[in-house]
Ligand binder design. Structure first.
Ligand SMILES: Nc1ccn([C@@H]2O[C@H](COP(=O)(O)OP(=O)(O)OP(=O)(O)O)[C@@H](O)[C@H]2O)c(=O)n1
Length: 399
């Protein structure tokens, strides 16, 4: 089968393939980009695989960067400004995964088949030549047509090599709307425990992508049915099942923080902060999820709460509450935000130094005064104008 119209991302990368081909090396587009091209989906990264060894790739292109040379990957810089760059990886086999996540070493090979057979799923194991010809050694095209996710070769072997693939399977089921082929699913169940060997950061990335996918309910159902949920930090079966039922049928998460906040809201008695620390996510992410969780507990927005959480967070909470079946007045939230004179402390025209000049002592009293000014401005009791505020302060404090 031939891809008649190469996607624009492939066309741009063609000079890389052509140069390598001309030098006598077999070279293909591989992996997820070919899958997405066949499905007509957006292409994120264009991955290129070649029979040329890294030193040979480097000899062909004037500008390269060694980004993972021990794994056979060289970054090739193209175009006038070198703005375009492509990962070019030598065909390789990987041997002995004693830790279930990283190969003990990789061997470079000249044979494309060797490279493709170590890949996770048949729909991720295509190669596509410069002419658009699809190489499909494992019946991936049939699986693509039947919307089936199937491991390449023996599923147990693929999951033993890298247990993260168990999470990838449910993520692809969610993103592509595919069913997981029974033998592959069996192997997911029997190997789920290996997820404990995988770094929590990598698992987070997959679970997060799953939640952001159109078919997140399907992905979560696979997480539950495969038993894999038991190997994620303190996951609760009852909470997960509830999560599948509390939102309107067609609901899609608008941000990762929103997805995690809603999921964790279904778990009994957890501290969001403590819980997310186990996932080793950034402080910023913890802050975002905590804010959504807190804001969700409020009944109605007012000037102070819209100021505290910010319009974007309030709108995500409105969206969440609507999905829970509540009647929401989205305009009201915007209008409250529009009535705010400031959206951040830094916008207050009077500073601590002004108060010190007026005779205030630096210290807790000054802090209290500044907080009071902020509160009065937020509630529109005071105008955020210098003379107005200074006048008010001298009246209040008698200075
Ligand atoms: N644990 C993994 C990760 C990746 N791959 C192979 O490497 C390719 C590229 O991996 P990656 O970029 O992580 O995923 P994609 O399949 O490209 O999907 P996406 O870009 O949507 O994440 C995959 O298609 C697959 O062939 C694999 O076999 N096993």
């Amino acid at each position: 089968m031939r891809l008649e119209n190469l996607p624009e991302e492939f066309v741009r990368a063609l000079p890389v393939l052509e140069k390598l081909n001309l030098a006598g090396f077999e070279t293909y587009f591989v992996g997820g980009c070919v899958r997405d091209a066949l499905l007509g989906r957006a292409i994120h990264d264009v991955d290129i695989a070649t029979s040329a060894y890294p030193a040979e790739v480097k000899a062909i292109f004037p500008k390269t960067i060694d980004i993972g040379i021990e794994h056979g990957t060289v970054l090739v810089l193209m175009g006038k400004s070198e703005a375009e760059h492509y990962e070019v990886t030598t065909f390789r086999t990987e041997s002995d995964y004693t830790d279930y996540r990283r190969p003990d070493h990789v061997d470079f090979v000249r044979d494309l088949r060797e490279d493709l057979r170590r890949r996770d799923f048949t729909v991720n194991a295509f190669a596509c030549g410069a002419d658009g010809e699809i190489i499909d050694l494992f019946d991936g095209l049939q699986d693509l047509q039947d919307k089936r996710l199937r491991a390449v070769g023996l599923a147990e072997e693929r999951f033993n090599e890298d247990a993260l693939r168990i999470m990838r399977a449910m993520r692809f089921a969610a993103a592509l709307g595919f069913e997981i082929e029974p033998m592959t699913f069996q192997a997911m169940m029997s190997h789920a425990e290996l997820l404990m060997k995988i770094s929590i950061e990598r698992i987070f990335v997959e679970l997060d992508k799953l939640l952001r996918a159109d078919g997140w309910r399907k992905g979560l159902s696979v997480l539950i049915e495969s038993g894999a949920w038991q190997y994620l930090p303190d996951f609760e079966l009852a909470g997960l099942k509830k999560f599948l039922t509390v939102l309107s049928k067609t609901f899609q998460f608008k941000s990762s923080a929103q997805a995690w906040a809603i999921m964790l809201a279904q778990f009994d008695n957890i501290s969001v902060k403590k819980y997310l620390r186990k996932w080793k996510v950034s402080n910023e992410f913890i802050r975002d999820v905590t804010a959504l969780t807190e804001a969700h507990q409020l009944d109605k927005w007012d000037l102070a709460s819209v100021y505290k959480f910010g319009l974007a967070t309030c709108q995500l909470v409105d969206d969440w509450k609507m999905a829970e079946g509540l009647k929401i007045d989205f305009d009201r939230t915007v209008k409250i935000d529009e009535r705010l004179q400031i959206h951040d402390k830094s916008e207050i025209v009077v500073k601590g130094s002004d108060l010190i000049k007026m005779g205030f002592q630096a210290g807790p009293e000054l802090g209290k005064m500044l907080a009071e000014i902020e509160e009065k401005i937020v509630n529109n009791e005071w105008i955020n104008k210098r003379e107005f505020i200074l006048e008010k302060i001298s009246t209040v404090s008698g200075i």
